[in-house]
Write a protein that binds this ligand. Sequence first.
Ligand SMILES: [Zn+2]
Length: 322
Amino acid sequence: MAFVCPRCNYQSKYKTDMKRHFERKFICTNENGIELTEEIRSVVLRDRKYNPIKATQAAQSIINYNNFNNTYNQFANNFDTHSKLSYVCEHKDKALVGFEDGLETFFGPRIKRIEDPTYRCLYGLGEPDLLNLFNNLTRIDKDTLNTLNIIFDKKTNRFQIYSGTKWESYLEESGLQELVRLVKSYFLDTYEIYLLKNLNGDYPIVKDRRSLKTHLDIYYQFLALFDLPLGIIGLSDREILGHRLVENDEYHLEKIYSKVYDKIKSDLKESDKTKFKRKIINIVKENTIHNVNELNKVFLDFLRVDENFRTLMRDTIKTESA
Ligand SMILES: [Zn+2]
């Protein structure tokens, strides 16, 4: 049996042909009034064809099998976010990415850039950039559902972070602390060293020291909100600059910048602290709403278009309620 494109009726014996057909730069002619969603594509690649069934018909079949006198939405309510996510990922054959692995992928290109000695631009994070970092990091779309690894659960007021093996749950404040701590260790420590290297090296790539200093201050103020230790702690001048800075002290920079940091910390107002933390928490909260919506859309799409998925979910409920 050939693979058939439900949109234009194109046929081929080979899966790779159909894959290529789906990835065409210019999408095929819509003969049958079908949007080729990712779900529909995955059904075709697996079952060779896709038979659109009317929504009412599909809903009827769920109701018949289960006596669930309800619609898709209510049907989907039988599953919590975590299980929906794991079923959808499994069905798409994409493993859920752990939060730390996600950080590595997310920050990899940036780290490469600022560690590249030929990179000649100033890379500096202002306050909006720092917030934006957390926004981009915690926002997913329909096609990157398998990176939905941080959730703010409204019901319990807790952060849930997927570690790669299981979901860890944190109280609001400690969840935020953990989030920032991880971002720091996967990226911000490198950023700090980049600034210090250019501020103190003999041959800085970035020569605008005033701007570097401003960004370092902004960053230290940010770090102070969370009372996290500087990335420079424990690093000798040689490790940072490649050479010693003064005669009798290997840790000259560490001492200088620890003092700078202490001063910033003591100047920090408690009210500013709370305000900024609130901003990050709200970002994650808002993104969670968006992300869970996307997840629900995909979950419902699968229920609608994919008979196998429907059967599987129906049986899951049966087993669980048995
Ligand atoms: Zn087609």
